[in-house]
Design a protein around this ligand. Sequence first.
Ligand SMILES: CC(C)(COP(=O)(O)OP(=O)(O)OC[C@H]1O[C@@H](n2cnc3c(N)ncnc32)[C@H](O)[C@@H]1OP(=O)(O)O)[C@@H](O)C(=O)NCCC(=O)NCCS
Length: 224
Amino acid sequence: MRLNKHTYICGDTCVLVPYRKEHVPTYHEWMKSPELLELTASEPLSLEEEYEMQQKWQTDEDKLTFIILARPDDLPADSNLLLTWKEVQRCKMVGDVNLFKPEGGDDAECEIMIAEPGFRRKGIAMEALGLFITYAVHHLPLSPRHFIARIGTANQASISLFERLGFGKVKVVEVWSEAEMRWGWTGGEYDDAWADIHHPDEADAWPKSRLEGRLGHADGDADG
Ligand SMILES: CC(C)(COP(=O)(O)OP(=O)(O)OC[C@H]1O[C@@H](n2cnc3c(N)ncnc32)[C@H](O)[C@@H]1OP(=O)(O)O)[C@@H](O)C(=O)NCCC(=O)NCCS
């Protein structure tokens, strides 16, 4: 999606930036890990295929993605402080967060990965996902209820993360050993119509983060 081609979002622990060509070599290195491939249900790609995939993430209108950078310790973690683009470029790339819209419905399936093990358990995924969903519900025709995640039933870290953000387990698809989670779901018998009940101001039902003072303009080659 071209929506975020020049947008970066500053959090207290992380910065979300558009996925550009310069990120592909690191991304490709990460995705050589069999563990990450399994946890994210991804296929191994050649470097060339990874560049093609980056272009798709940037241009396909059913996909939105940001690379997650860790905010360095020597830059103050003040929630009102927007880093300059120059400062952002000093930050280390540690993961990504994305959504895609499966055909034939309103849902948005989201995924997050903190690929660098040394940057896990620091609250980065929690904050990044909060900022990402806030951005998406305020810029796309999506309500928080449209957000789903499909997570391996053995991936307790990710299941706990999504639960902490207000997702509930709708069902387990035994054949894939996969749990489907949806934001706002609190249990009971699932009815597809539930996700289609909208309120005009439902974006505000996602209270996790605020974006004021956190959005910056990412310079450079939007097609890069
Ligand atoms: C799952 C993952 C994204 C969590 O990232 P993270 O930055 O370490 O998560 P956070 O520090 O923001 O943790 C937020 C909450 O998630 C849960 N959590 C995170 N890691 C966990 C772990 N190893 N075990 C249990 N719960 C965990 C906890 O509830 C945690 O809150 P707490 O620290 O207050 O207990 C990260 O481990 C990862 O990228 N794993 C590999 C890829 C993957 O599984 N992606 C998900 C595919 S949908």
